[in-house]
Design a protein around this ligand. Structure first.
Ligand code: ATP
Ligand code: MG
Ligand code: MG
Ligand code: MG
Length: 563
């Protein structure tokens, strides 16, 4: 490809609302363009990267024996009524009516659609297992679309669904998917961790998340430095709080905090995280209503989630404003499912869960107060481990620490939740009708475009990994008006192409060298070949984008240097 023929609108301007490097650089380097809140177009370079990631995902899914399909982006609401999720999905599910007044939704995920596809078409255990997947647009009306592609409303996801005749066979496929996902992220050149997770609104029992390690990640995960053990914070906390020994401690014995600063709260929570949190709730509800408590409540099935979420929303915080927040000393905590003390008066007010209130809801995007971000304190994991008396070392006994991750994939053992609800059965060996045992598996394809850059960038721009780079090499002709430079550029371009290297020739006549170099650094191709002054001696410069090191290379050695 030639730069002069491509639409790559780079700019120096950083949009005000873009705080993350991936968001800034993807916009500035002309990969994406925003058209609405959480809605992005992919321009040519962005489309190339998106397709590359998509191709890796498809390749590994096909190798694992899954069949690619495509579900409608629009699904009749009636299917969601069958599964029961029409009532539990909340506002992320965008609903609309057609001219005949029939209700539809824009698919945020496709469990209902896949059950509908398989139901009555697979009727015998002999036709199981089967795994169907698609790579297709999703829409979730996220309360806080932000960070560019990271949390869009419209985004690209690979979603796969498997059907089995037994729970054992589901576990086999679940493990196969874990291995498949690891291959995907490894091929993409990412540093990632697999962590135990709760199942969230999708439901089911076992689940694992795949996190791309990056400081800007929205999720906190706990990882071991000596083995593969990892858990997201909700799963780690939940595990701790369900221990019988802990549940017998009376919360009345815990001192309630009188913290005015985040640091004080932090050290208080570190003392005994779970019960401290209960104490904070007690305090907030009964004694000091100005104290503000924010909890993450996730990782359970919808019913539980709704209950827990409403309980927390009961903390009577609706009138708090930014100043109240500061005066009170913000108290924020993290937890899995919480059991509020029985005598807490629960005021369920769904209105509290709107955009403009201080909210404790089922989705972490809800946690804001008119644009004020709430700082979320994490529990001290070391303390949790201490009270768990060795239960956590399911792992090797190495050092556990917190790190930040970007959720790039999530796999679930769904079981019969959807097949039962939608009456989707098969006949087993004895001719008995049974609901399908299901798994589901998601990869955030468009989120990965941003995740690659969160993990790989410098102050000048993007550093694409080899498998994700839109082009491997950018040939920069310093002065395209000089005949000999232009033709040397063409020659190297043809040679690299012939060697199978994906290459872009920056042949723009009216762009100066500094400008072309700036574009190279901003866009972030792994290498540049600069054709300039040394051409008279038969040399060009090869620039490594990561280190910005320059090496003089003879023209005839360019291909072997790059490959
Ligand atoms: P999150 O916790 O970030 O909201 P999720 O747990 O709701 O994600 P899943 O239902 O597990 O998401 O969907 C599978 C994958 O789709 C996620 O692991 C993530 O990579 C991607 N994804 C989910 N929501 C978004 C979004 N709003 N924008 C881009 N990608 C997303
Ligand atoms: Mg979500
Ligand atoms: Mg999640
Ligand atoms: Mg998830």
């Amino acid at each position: 490809m030639k730069f002069s023929k491509m639409f790559i609108p780079t700019t120096k301007e950083t949009p005000n609302d873009a705080t993350l490097p991936s968001h800034q650089f993807l916009l500035r380097a002309g990969f994406i363009a925003q058209t609405g809140a959480g809605i992005y177009d992919f321009m040519p370079m962005g489309k190339i990267v998106l397709d590359k990631i998509r191709a890796v995902v498809k390749d590994e899914m096909d190798k694992a024996g899954a069949n690619e399909v495509q579900f409608g982006f629009v699904t009749p609401l009636s299917l969601w009524e069958e599964s029961g999720r029409a009532n539990t999905m909340g506002n992320e599910l965008l609903r609309f009516k057609d001219r005949k007044n029939t209700n539809f939704v824009l698919s945020p995920t496709n469990e209902e659609a896949v059950v509908n596809m398989v139901k009555n078409r697979i009727t015998s255990y002999k036709d199981l297992p089967i795994h169907l997947y698609q790579i297709n647009t999703k829409f979730r009306d996220e309360a806080r679309p932000r960070f560019g592609l990271m949390r869009g409303r419209e985004f690209l996801m690979k979603d796969g669904y498997s059907f089995h005749s037994s729970a054992e066979d589901l576990v086999r496929e679940f493990n196969l998917m874990e291995e498949t996902y690891k291959k995907v992220y490894t091929r993409l050149g990412l540093n990632f961790r697999v962590v135990a997770a709760d199942s969230g609104a999708i439901g089911g029992s076992g689940s694992k998340e795949f996190h791309v390690i990056a400081d800007s990640g929205e999720d906190t995960i706990v990882v071991c430095d000596s083995c593969d053990y990892g858990a997201n914070i909700e799963a780690a906390t939940r595990k701790a709080v369900t221990k019988e020994k802990l549940e017998t401690i009376k919360i009345e014995k815990i001192e309630t905090p009188n913290c005015k600063t985040i640091d004080e709260v932090s050290s208080f929570l570190n003392a005994d995280s779970y019960y401290s949190m209960k104490a904070v709730i007690k305090k907030a509800v009964y004694e000091d209503k100005t104290q503000i408590v924010v909890f993450f409540v996730r990782g359970c099935d919808e019913l539980e989630e709704t209950k827990a979420c409403n309980s927390v929303a009961a903390l009577e915080l609706a009138d708090a404003n930014e100043d109240d927040l500061k005066d009170a000393g913000l108290v924020a905590g993290y937890c899995g499912i919480i059991d509020l003390p029985k005598n807490v008066k629960v005021v369920v007010d769904n209105e509290l869960q709107g955009e403009n209130n201080l909210v404790c809801g089922a989705n972490e995007e809800n946690y804001h107060l008119k644009g004020v971000d709430l700082t979320v304190l994490e529990l001290n994991y070391a303390d949790l481990v201490a009270v768990q008396e060795g239960d956590i070392c399911a792992c090797c006994g190495g050092k556990l620490s917190y790190t930040k991750g970007i959720e790039a994939g999530h796999i679930f053992q769904l079981g019969t939740k959807y097949s039962q609800a939608m009456n989707a059965n098969f006949l087993d060996e004895n001719g008995k009708a049974k609901p399908f045992v299901m798994g589901c598996y998601g990869i955030g394809v468009s989120r990965l475009v941003a995740a690659v850059i969160e993990q790989n960038h410098d102050e000048k721009g993007c550093l694409w990994t080899k498998e994700t780079a839109p082009f491997m090499v950018d040939i920069i002709v310093s002065n395209s008006k000089k005949e000999e430079e232009a033709s040397a550029g063409e020659k190297i371009y043809e040679d690299l192409k012939a060697a199978g290297v994906q290459v872009l020739l920056d042949d723009r006549i009216n762009a100066r060298f500094g400008f072309k170099m700036g574009d190279f650094e901003l866009i972030g191709f792994p290498y540049a070949v600069v054709i300039g002054k040394k051409l008279v001696d038969g040399f060009v410069e090869v620039v490594d984008r990561k280190t910005l090191e320059k090496t003089d290379v003879k023209i005839e050695d360019v291909v072997s240097t790059i490959i």
